[in-house]
Write a protein that binds this ligand. Structure first.
Ligand code: INI
Length: 160
């Protein structure tokens, strides 16, 4: 019997891409800060001169899948992290954006065999989003941990 598990201490030669939406950047900027803090504290070189991390900004969460797809197809990244904040408004636009973002990210991940962390907050209010982006906890930190775990797990499985 084999048991496969990702490690959090395996960061030395990892390449990570982060795709972050500008829409609601009060929230997504905070998710990104939490994410980078976690990656740095786990040994990823997050400095501008470093070559372990790239960040791509997109207009909104709707655009997360296509840019993730292009980054994944480059073959350069062990894992991608998508960051967005979809906040319910008065129109059904919210439903369209979250549905396309979630389905798109899932299908790019499967089609390119690249783990993509779904770091898109879906909330009813800005207050709820901010609570998850630093006022109470910062889920950006959690998404980074999940990325490290998945990158390590996929490496282990690929080497069977
Ligand atoms: N994009 C988001 O990331 N969050 C939202 O809450 C949102 N809402 O509600 O409109 C949103 N819309 C923009 C969308 O993602 C696209 O950028 C835009 O439609 C252009 O394609």
């Amino acid at each position: 019997m084999a048991t496969f598990e990702g490690k959090f201490t395996d960061a030395t030669d990892l390449h990570i891409g982060v795709v972050v939406a500008r829409f609601n950047d009060l929230v997504t900027g905070k998710l990104l800060s939490g994410c980078l803090d976690c990656l740095e504290r786990h040994g990823i070189d997050t400095s501008p001169e470093g070559n372990q991390l790239d960040i791509a900004w997109v207009p909104g969460s709707f655009e997360l899948p296509i840019v993730s797809q292009e980054l994944a197809k480059s073959g350069k990244y062990h894992v991608l992290i998508t960051l967005g904040a979809v906040i319910r408004g008065d129109t059904p636009h919210f439903e369209v954006v979250i549905s396309e973002a979630s389905k798109g990210i899932a299908s790019v991940s499967r089609e390119t065999a690249t783990p993509i962390i779904f770091g898109v907050l879906t909330t009813d209010t800005m207050q709820q989003a901010l609570e998850r982006a630093g006022i109470k906890s910062n889920l950006g930190w959690t998404y980074a941990l999940q990325a490290l775990e998945m990158a390590s797990l996929m490496k282990t499985i690929e080497s069977i």
